[in-house]
Design a protein around this ligand. Sequence first.
Ligand SMILES: N[C@@H](CCC(=O)N[C@@H](CS)C(=O)NCC(=O)O)C(=O)O
Length: 201
Amino acid sequence: MKLYHSRFTRSHRPRWVLEELGVPYELQRLDLRQGEHKSPEYLKVHPLGQVPALEDDGLVLIESGAICQYLADKYPEAKLAPAPGTRERGEYFQWCTYTLATVEPELATAFYHLRLLPEAERMPAVAEGAKQKVQKMLRVVEEKVGDREYLVGNQFTVADVLLAAQLSWAKSFGMVDDFPGLQAYMKRHMARPAAQRAHAD
Ligand SMILES: N[C@@H](CCC(=O)N[C@@H](CS)C(=O)NCC(=O)O)C(=O)O
């Protein structure tokens, strides 16, 4: 398998899962500052020129969440996803989707208008509106996590990878300050050896 990766991006999520699985993979690094993700060759892999992308024996997958879920299902013995048909599987789908489809767009909007855009293009009202929504959404997760070890059932799953990785991004621009439970949850999971390896370089 080959993972297209760049530091400080969503490609750390599937890299973390690959490290949890302990399976061999090739890391193809792309330098976003040099525009390597917009090269004609890479656009054949990911038509939007984004990371991550995964190649697996002729299959090409994009979308960090889908890649993580695919990997968990490909290696069921690692138990990174609850078994199909179980109640836990339903909760697992719910929290993966909540993280990626509900929280992430608002988080990305806040990030753009607080950090990424040139200052002249940032709109404080848009940043504030997105921040309010993120806070409301994260409060729901904080109540669910409480002092539990894992988001779903009694096992570490890809839902934890997606949430912990997202929280670590959110924390970098002050969006988790009001949630001590989520901060503790994130720190615990980011300290896992596989997470450390995935974020090492
Ligand atoms: N929903 C996609 C988002 C991918 C994405 O936006 N990746 C960013 C890095 S985190 C990227 O490649 N940005 C460069 C660009 O869009 O040109 C996923 O989760 O994989």
